[in-house]
Design a protein around this ligand. Structure first.
Ligand code: ZN
Ligand code: ZN
Length: 357
């Protein structure tokens, strides 16, 4: 798998007129090498693939990154990069502009001397957008774990329990069932707090007859899942039911109509149109979704600025919401993979309005 990723990256380098790329981003490093250590540099040239690590990681790197030549780097890693490049006669190298700080750039320039540094933008990230079969399989497992966690937490929702206790319970469940950690800070937002799109779990205690919104995910074998479900504790009012139904309709409509060849802007507009039809356009203030994979938020974006054209293998969330300050809010979020025909949904928790009595 790593071999084909290196081959694809080499083609990208050729297209960009680059003989070599220095990869410093940790997610990109893992993606290209399979090496899960916390530090290291990847150097890809037309003929060579090096993984530079410090003393702590030489053994682990050799085990995990079999396709790479493992090099223990000098105290100043760029000294080793310079040496390797000089040996290959390479005078010009791409670096990842989104990852290197200004200070890092200055010191790379000093240490690399006459080797020219060329800023590149998202070369590996663009490859990462389209998931391969192996990645999709792992992400399905991460999504399954999120579904099981949601079923588990339903049994703990009752008046008097705090949002924080629910968050701890669901996080423990995910850890116990194979998650490395959560994929982001767990959101449990109840009552009027459910109107906060990103209401992190607080000490607020649940009461009868209000929304409880859960947005959480597992980091599992390096990959993220991300699911949102909103339930009602006690008796839903007409307004609870009304806004829930609109969000559900908007989400279903988007799921039925998103197709490859469409831009993120067009996908976003599908759900936005449904919500606007009912007069709630001003209450849906975020994008429809985001790419996810090694990172919880990655390309492509389904939003008013998401110009990327959707293609089979891209993994995105579809998560419309309506938020009414002082009352509450609803979001429904699934993880989906774009297919030749449309999309396939990875998260399967029920989207009927769940009422807990
Ligand atoms: Zn989410
Ligand atoms: Zn999300």
């Amino acid at each position: 798998m790593q071999l084909s990723r290196i081959a694809k990256l080499r083609t990208v380098l050729q297209e960009n007129g680059l003989e070599a790329l220095l990869v410093t981003n940790a997610f990109n490093r893992f993606y290209l090498t399979g090496f899960s250590g916390s530090a290291g540099y990847v150097l890809i040239t037309g003929s060579k693939a090096y993984l530079l690590v410090d003393f702590r990681y030489t053994t682990q790197a050799a085990e995990q990154a079999a396709q790479f030549e493992i090099v223990e780097h000098a105290v100043k890693p760029m000294d080793t990069v310079k040496e390797l490049l000089s040996g290959l006669g390479i005078r010009r190298i791409g670096f990842e502009q989104q990852d290197v700080t200004y200070g890092g750039y200055i010191s790379y320039r000093e240490q690399l001397g006459s080797i020219e540094l060329v800023a590149t933008d998202s070369l590996v990230e663009n490859l990462r957008m389209v998931k391969d079969e192996q990645e999709i399989a792992v992400m399905q497992e991460a999504a399954d774990l999120a579904d099981r966690t949601f079923s588990h937490i339903l049994g703990f929702i009752k008046p008097g329990v705090s949002e924080r206790e629910l968050a701890v319970e669901l996080e423990m469940f995910m850890r116990r069932h194979g998650a490395t950690s959560t994929s982001f800070e767990t959101i449990v937002a109840s009552g009027e707090r459910s109107a906060l799109p990103h209401g992190k779990a607080s000490d607020r205690v649940l009461k009868w007859n209000e929304f409880v919104k859960f947005d959480f995910g597992a980091l599992y074998k390096g990959y993220c899942s991300d699911i949102t479900r909103t339930v009602v504790l006690g008796q839903p009012t007409e307004q609870h039911k009304k806004i829930y139904d609109i969000v559900r309709e908007a989400q279903s409509y988007a799921l039925e109509h998103i197709k490859p060849g469409m831009t993120g802007i067009e996908a976003d507009a599908l759900a936005r149109g449904v919500i606007a039809k009912y007069g709630y356009a001003d209450h849906f203030g975020h994008g429809l979704g985001h790419g996810l994979g090694l990172e919880i938020h990655e390309a492509p974006r389904l939003s008013k600025t998401g110009e990327t054209v959707l293609a089979p293998g891209m993994m995105v969330t579809v998560e419309p919401g309506i938020y009414i300050p002082g009352f509450g809010g609803v979001r429904i979020e699934d993880d989906v993979v774009i297919t030749e025909q449309g999309l396939r949904i990875l998260t399967h928790s029920s989207k009927d309005l769940i009422v807990i009595n």
